[in-house]
Design a protein around this ligand. Structure first.
Ligand code: ATP
Length: 268
């Protein structure tokens, strides 16, 4: 059994009693320790899919969802709000495109990381949560590449570059040792060099922590860097999925071929 199983997931938004379908009958699976890149052009439904896995879309719009999203055999679509909250952050970590949107501008980095630790699963933890959270924050800031974690923990988000902010977001996602990491275009806003560094970091932490990762990108070149498997979406539907090397070297769908051809060095 895979860690994550998305089974005929369809998502529609309701407006004036009319449902607009955004994702149609999507079926995907992902094993522990693997990275699945979901690739597709703007508007193809990648973000809707990832927000539906973690059930955040329902906070943005009235949605109608059918099908199942199982994490370790628990159907997340059937959980109530309290149960779902305990999965978010604790079992499922998230990194989004704009780190600054996810960070509190008025709080020091170390405090925010600490909160991610104790708020995730406070009820089941023992001892001095604050001290444990701070220790783990420093450990993870080191792991994501900061040579001076104490100094960074004392900074505010605006004092960091975009790449550093995204490193902090990765550390924050790791605070509660999730099984699944969801990343929505986490490198798109970064310059090319920083993008390459952050992609390498994703690969490293994902392997060290043996997490599964769903990584959304519109860029097949990014998928070529980090994916074990690639899923291609077009107009809300899955058009192709398979091992990364196979999808890149012999794409079956003409839309996948077009995406691969956009990246000169891929598949040739
Ligand atoms: N809350 C919403 N209400 C109505 N329509 C929405 C909502 N969120 C997304 N959509 C629509 O759903 C479709 C898929 O959007 P989605 O953001 O998932 O695309 P995407 O592949 O992630 O694109 P991008 O790379 O630009 O983020 C788009 O047509 C979008 O306009």
């Amino acid at each position: 059994m895979s860690l994550l199983e998305i089974d005929r997931l369809s998502v529609g938004v309701l407006s004036d009693e009319v449902t607009t379908d955004l994702v149609h009958e999507l079926t995907l699976s992902l094993d522990s320790g693997q990275t699945l890149c979901v690739v597709g052009e703007s508007g193809s439904g990648k973000t809707v899919t990832v927000l539906s896995i973690i059930r955040l879309l329902e906070f943005v719009a009235p949605v109608r969802t059918t099908g199942a999203v199982r994490l370790d055999d628990v159907d997340l679509t059937s959980l109530n709000a309290t149960q779902m909250r305990s999965f978010r952050g604790r079992r499922i970590g998230m990194v989004f495109q704009e780190a600054l949107d996810s960070l509190n501008p008025a709080q020091r980095i170390g405090v925010q990381l600490g909160e991610a630790y104790w708020s995730a699963d406070a009820a089941s933890r023992r001892g001095d949560l604050r001290a444990q959270g701070q220790a783990r924050a420093l450990e993870l800031l080191g792991e994501v590449g900061f040579s001076d974690p104490e100094r960074v923990a004392n900074l505010y988000p605006h004092q960091l570059s975009g790449g550093m902010q995204q490193r902090v977001m990765i550390a924050m996602a790791l605070m509660s040792s999730p099984d699944l990491l969801l990343a929505d275009e986490p490198t798109t806003a970064l310059d090319v060099t920083t993008q390459a560094e952050i992609l390498r970091l994703f690969r490293t932490v994902q392997q060290e922590h043996q997490m599964a990762c769903v990584f959304i990108t519109h860029d097949m070149g990014v998928a070529a860097e980090i994916a074990d498997r690639i899923a291609v979406m077009y107009a809300g539907r899955l058009v192709e999925v398979g091992p990364a090397a196979e999808v890149l070297s012999s794409p079956r769908h003409r839309y996948t071929r077009a995406l691969v051809e956009c990246v000169p060095q891929v598949g040739r």
